[in-house]
Each structure stands twice: as structure tokens, then as C-alpha cells.
Design a protein around this ligand. Structure first.
Ligand code: NAD
Ligand code: ZN
Ligand code: ZN
Length: 236
């Protein structure tokens, strides 16, 4: 499985080492010139990557010191994926740190403002408090889980159903919630929404997290794509 792959192998899988690096360009991870050694050379002792080695990401072609990418990777959740720090392009399958829980789906006959006559989909997320794992901000300490079950709504339209399928992928990849500090309550070590917005208000939009919102489905599709969750992830 990818998550067992050694960090240096992940770096070498997605970056091609350059024989003649663009020496005058900056590495945006360490801010040194690519002609100078990696600023993370002392932090990372690597047997197989030299401090001067520079690599280029395959799809987006952004270039960095290989040791800088290694430092970035090992400071994350080490899931076998890399995200370009310049353009956010994702290599491999990005996963998050969402704690264990349950995602349920129900159809409702009631329609949402702005999506009349199609009924709606109610998603129920349930997560209980627990103990933080090594992927969380304070491993070994408890985390709280406030306001669960959380109920969210989508129109039962073709586009709404597509968003639902992509949210199921995001849930499996642990991308919907994370453990951190709630910007609403200020509480830390608690389960919070990650970067994929949900509509928790059904028949009004008092909170800004409700309907109508004509841009919501497009916005959430863009947020899913930014996490690497696109239509390509759905089996035909
Ligand atoms: P947060 O406040 O750190 O915000 C993270 C993201 O979630 C932000 O993008 C924010 O815009 C969005 N968000 C904030 N409030 C939201 C809402 N009501 N519906 C949908 N998205 C929302 O993250 P958080 O602490 O997970 O968000 C607050 C949410 O948690 C709210 O849904 C609130 O009802 C719920 N909550 C309930 C209790 C409770 O005791 N009932 C306690 C804490 C939080
Ligand atoms: Zn660097
Ligand atoms: Zn890039």
C-alpha cells in the first residue's frame, strides 16, 4: 500500500531529477536559489538524495530541491501523495485526517429554495469524540466532537447527485472533517469542517450555510477538485 512507501521513494516517484537545474530560480519551499543547496539539508539526513539535487514535478513542471519536497512530505500525513506547493496540483491520492465516523444518506420529498420540484438529499455525519492519532495536531490527547450528528442538504438533481457521489469519495479519503481549532467557537482539539463547504440549513440561509445559493454546487465541485476529488474518481 502507498502509505507504507518510504518518503524518499514517494519524492522520486513524482519528481524527475534535473541534470541541469535552473540555478537562478528560487525554491519556494526553502527560498534558496536552486543553484544553492537545500535549506532543509541539515534537517533531513538522506542517504539517497543530495542537498544540491533539484527535481521537476511531472504534470505541472514546478521545480524544487528534492530534500525540500522530502521535508514537506514528512511533515504531512505521509499518505503517499504530494501536493505542489506552487500550484496545488495533486500527485497520487490525497487523504486527510478525518476521525472515524459514519456518513448516511436519505432522500427527502421537500425541495430546497432555488431547486424546486426535485426533492432533496439529506446527509448525516456522525463522529464521536476520541483520542488523537499520530496524524493529528496533539497525538495521544483527546478530541471533542460538537454538534453531531450534523445534517447537510443537496438538491436531488443530476448535479446534486454527482456532488453526493464525490462527497462519498471525499469521506472515504477522510477529507470532510479534520481535528483542529474551530473558527466558530475557538475550541481546539475538536472535530471541524475541512475545506469542503456543506449546507447545514435547509429552508433558509440565515447562517450563510443554507439555500438559496445559486453558486453552491459549482463552488463545492471546485473545492472537491482542489482536494483531488473529481468525476474521474467515479467508476462509470
Ligand atoms: P469552523 O467554525 O472552524 O469552520 C470551518 C468551516 O466550516 C468554515 O469554512 C466555515 O465557513 C464552515 N462553517 C461554519 N459554520 C458552519 C455551519 N453552520 N454550517 C456549515 N458550514 C459551516 O468549523 P466547525 O467548528 O466544524 O463549524 C461550526 C459548525 O459546528 C456549525 O455547523 C455548528 O452548528 C457546529 N457546532 C455545533 C456545536 C454544538 O454544540 N451544537 C458546537 C460547535 C460547533
Ligand atoms: Zn529548497
Ligand atoms: Zn505545480
Amino acid at each position: 500500500k502507498d502509505s507504507k512507501t518510504r518518503p524518499e521513494e514517494v519524492v522520486k516517484k513524482y519528481l524527475e531529477e534535473l541534470k541541469t537545474p535552473p540555478v537562478d530560480e528560487d525554491c519556494i519551499i526553502c527560498m534558496e536559489k536552486l543553484g544553492a543547496p537545500s535549506g532543509y539539508g541539515d534537517v533531513n539526513e538522506s542517504k539517497t538524495i543530495q542537498p544540491g539535487s533539484v527535481g521537476r514535478l511531472a504534470k505541472c513542471a514546478h521545480t524544487f530541491h528534492l530534500l525540500c519536497v522530502l521535508a514537506m512530505y514528512t511533515s504531512g500525513n505521509k499518505d503517499g501523495s504530494l501536493q505542489c506547493p506552487s500550484c496545488k496540483a495533486i500527485y497520487g491520492e490525497k487523504t486527510g485526517t478525518q476521525p472515524n465516523g459514519k456518513m448516511d444518506v436519505h432522500k427527502l420529498s421537500e425541495s430546497l429554495p432555488g431547486h424546486e420540484n426535485c426533492g432533496s438529499i439529506q446527509i448525516t455525519y456522525n463522529i464521536n469524540r476520541g483520542i488523537q492519532g499520530p496524524e493529528h495536531p496533539s497525538p495521544g490527547l483527546p478530541y471533542t466532537a460538537r454538534g453531531f450528528p450534523r445534517y447537510c442538504y443537496l438538491p436531488d438533481s443530476e448535479k446534486g447527485r454527482k456532488v453526493l457521489e464525490l462527497l462519498k469519495v471525499a469521506w472515504r479519503r477522510r477529507l470532510i472533517f479534520t481535528v483542529g481549532t474551530s473558527s466558530t467557537t475557538g475550541e481546539n482539539n475538536t472535530v471541524v469542517w475541512n475545506e469542503i463547504h456543506h449546507k447545514t440549513e435547509m429552508a433558509s440561509n440565515v447562517s450563510g450555510h443554507g439555500y438559496p445559493d445559486p453558486n453552491y454546487l459549482d463552488n463545492v465541485l471546485a473545492e472537491l477538485a482542489a482536494q483531488g476529488v473529481t468525476e474521474d474518481c467515479l467508476s462509470p
